[in-house]
Design a protein around this ligand. Structure first.
Ligand SMILES: Nc1ncnc2c1ncn2[C@@H]1O[C@H](COP(=O)(O)OP(=O)(O)O)[C@@H](O)[C@H]1O
Ligand code: SF4
Ligand SMILES: [Mg+2]
Length: 370
C-alpha cells in the first residue's frame, strides 16, 4: 500500500471517522482530532444589539494530529488559523463539532477535567512583544503555569524548574530575574516557548511563532522547536503564513481558506503534488533557491481580497478568486476527500482536482484564466 492510499476501513484503527490516513498512521491513534469543528462569531447591529449574521471563522474543519508529528497550517490572513488554534487549546468554545484528545471529546468536559486537560495542550503566540507581561520577571512568566497547576512542580522546586526550562530553550538561567524588555525578540519568543512547555504538554499549538521575528532569528527559533519536539516527544500544530518555514518543520500540511481546509496531506503531497488551485497559487509565490527552477516557473497571482467569512461564496468558496473555476464551481460544494494526485492520492476540496494533479512547477501563466 502506498503512503497516500485512502483509509482502509479497519475498525481497530479508525475509532473516529475522519480524514484520509497515510499508511504510516494506520494502527496509530491520533493524539488530537477535530471533527466538523465550527466557530461562528455573532455579528450584531442596533441599540439592542440583535444578531444580524455570523462571522464563520472556522466552518467545518476535520483533521487528525498524530503523536510526535507536526501539522502545519497555512492560508492567507483572515482564513481562521488563529481561531482554530484557540479552539484547540480551549481558549474558546466551538459553536459545534468536537475536539478529541486521547479519546475524549474535550468540548464536553466539566471544569475540573478541563483544567487537567489544559496542561496537555498549550499554545505559543505570535508576538513575543505583546504576549509577555512587561511588569513580570522572566521567572514569574515561565513559572506562571505552576500557579494554576501547582501539582506539576512542588513550590520548593519551582525556581529550579524555571531555570531548567530557560536552559532547555537556550537562555541563561541566571537571567531569571530580568524583565522582557531586556531581551531580544528571539529571546522573548524563547521565553514564550519555555512557558508553553512548562507543564510538559503533549501538544503545542504554535500560532505564527516566528512571523514577528527577523528572518535571521526565525531559523534559530524553528530549530529550537524541532529540538524540543524530539526531546519532549511533542506534537505540534504549527500555524504560519510563510510556506518555506512550514515546509521545513511540517510532516503534514493543511491549507485553509475561509474557515475550511482546501487540501491536507503529507508535506511532499502538498508542496510537490498539490491538486488544489488555491494551494498551487500559494506555492507559486514561495521563493525557490535554484535559479533555473526560478526562471521556468510563473507566479500565480490571486486577484481580490479574501471574501467576508460572514458571507462566503456559494459552491466552492474559492470560486470567486480561482484561476481555474468552471460553471459548476459556484453551485457544487467540493468535499475534502482523497483525490488522485498523480502518485496516489490525498485529500483535496477541488471538484477538478484530478485534472490539476500535475506537479506545481508545470503550472504556467497560460493556465490562468480570468
Ligand atoms: N473574537 C472575534 N470576534 C469576531 N470575529 C472574529 C473574532 N476572532 C476572529 N474573528 C474573525 O474571524 C476570521 C478569522 O480570523 P483569524 O482566525 O484571526 O484568521 P487568521 O489567523 O487566519 O488570520 C476573521 O474574519 C476575523 O476577523
Ligand atoms: S472547485 Fe472549482 S473553484 Fe474550487 S478550487 Fe476547484 S476549480 Fe477552483
Ligand atoms: Mg492569525
Amino acid at each position: 500500500m502506498s503512503a497516500s492510499d485512502p483509509n482502509p476501513s479497519s475498525p481497530a484503527t479508525t475509532t473516529v471517522p475522519g480524514p484520509t490516513r497515510a499508511a504510516r498512521h494506520v494502527g496509530v491513534e491520533p493524539i488530537l482530532s477535530a471533527r466538523d469543528l465550527t466557530k461562528y462569531y455573532p455579528l450584531t447591529s442596533g441599540l439592542i444589539r440583535h444578531t444580524v449574521g455570523h462571522v464563520k471563522a472556522v466552518d467545518g474543519v476535520s483533521f487528525d494530529l498524530f503523536p510526535g508529528e507536526t501539522l502545519g497550517i497555512v492560508g492567507e490572513s483572515g482564513c481562521g488559523k488563529s481561531t482554530l488554534g484557540r479552539l484547540l487549546v480551549s481558549l474558546e468554545r466551538p459553536t459545534s463539532g468536537s475536539i478529541i484528545f486521547q479519546g475524549k471529546d474535550i468540548t464536553r468536559l466539566g471544569a475540573s477535567e478541563m483544567r487537567r486537560l489544559r496542561r496537555d495542550i498549550q499554545i505559543v503566540f505570535q508576538d513575543p512583544y505583546t504576549s509577555l507581561d512587561p511588569r513580570k520577571t522572566v521567572g514569574d512568566i515561565v513559572g506562571e503555569p505552576f500557579k494554576i497547576h501547582p501539582e506539576v512542580v512542588p513550590a520548593a522546586r519551582r525556581s529550579d524548574r524555571v531555570k531548567e526550562l530557560l536552559e532547555l530553550v537556550g537562555l541563561n538561567p541566571e537571567h531569571i530575574n530580568r524583565y522582557p524588555h531586556e531581551f531580544s525578540g528571539g529571546q522573548r519568543q524563547r521565553i514564550g516557548i519555555a512557558r508553553g512547555i512548562a507543564l510538559n504538554p503533549k501538544v503545542l499549538v504554535c500560532d505564527e511563532p516566528v512571523s514577528a521575528l527577523d528572518v535571521s532569528v526565525q531559523a534559530q527559533v524553528v530549530n529550537l522547536l524541532v529540538k524540543l519536539q524530539k526531546e519532549l516527544d511533542l506534537a505540534y500544530v504549527f500555524v504560519a503564513h510563510d510556506l518555506s518555514v512550514v515546509r521545513h518543520i511540517s510532516d503534514r500540511v493543511g491549507v485553509m481558506y475561509l474557515g475550511k481546509f482546501m487540501e491536507i496531506g503529507d508535506q511532499d503531497q502538498i508542496y510537490d503534488r498539490s491538486t488544489h488551485p488555491y494551494t498551487q497559487a500559494l506555492m507559486s509565490a514561495v521563493p525557490v533557491p535554484d535559479p533555473q527552477a526560478r526562471e521556468s516557473r510563473e507566479i500565480i497571482v490571486l486577484h481580490g481580497d479574501v471574501p467576508s467569512p460572514a458571507n462566503p461564496p456559494s459552491g466552492c468558496r474559492f470560486h470567486t478568486r480561482c484561476w481555474r473555476a468552471q460553471p459548476a464551481c459556484s453551485e457544487q460544494v467540493p468535499e475534502l476527500i482523497a483525490r488522485d494526485d498523480g502518485a496516489g492520492g490525498h485529500d483535496s476540496a477541488c471538484l477538478f482536482a484530478e485534472l490539476f494533479s500535475k506537479a506545481s512547477e508545470d503550472i504556467t501563466a497560460d493556465d490562468q484564466i480570468g
